[in-house]
Design a binder for this molecule. Structure first.
Ligand code: CMP
Length: 135
């Protein structure tokens, strides 16, 4: 079933000029870029976006990092897009990410892990709406 998911190319990847290489991986694996924009979010937006992690010890660092520079937000569309995107990203911790995944190839650390992807239909809807104000 065709569905949509939110992808973020995070500041560490944007800073290293990896936008094109990461989008190429999405496109090579059948995901279509439906919407895309480069934005520099502020701390208030970051705290809202990552609110599910607000009780975690890494929450403040995470929020400060994601607004430390511009990121690229994408709506990806395709059959099973949420799971495919997560498979392409690899594990959150790049040390555990499978060979050939985006985080294995490009992530610097668990914090600077280059990409974010929605983890469920519900969160995809919420996250797309936050970044693009669309359903
Ligand atoms: P992301 O997919 O954007 O979702 C939450 C982020 O928290 C995650 O990627 C990581 O970059 C970040 N993070 C930092 N420390 C941890 C940790 N110990 N466990 C999980 N996520 C972490």
């Amino acid at each position: 079933m065709s569905e949509k998911t939110l992808s973020l190319i995070k500041p560490d990847a944007v800073e290293r000029n990896l936008i094109g290489k990461i989008i190429q991986i999405f496109e090579d694996n059948g995901l279509v870029v439906e919407e895309m924009k480069k934005v520099h979010i502020d701390l208030e937006f970051a705290k809202n976006f990552y609110s599910t992690h607000s009780k975690k010890p890494f929450y403040n660092d995470l929020c400060n990092y994601i607004c430390s520079g511009p990121l690229v937000a994408l709506v990806l569309r395709g059959d099973n897009a949420i799971q495919i995107n997560r498979d392409l990203m690899g594990s959150t911790n790049p040390k555990e990410a499978k060979s050939g995944t985006i985080r294995n190839l490009y992530a610097l650390s668990i914090d600077k892990n280059s990409v974010h992807g929605s983890d469920s239909h519900q969160n995809a809807q919420i996250e797309i709406d936050l970044f693009f104000n669309i359903k």
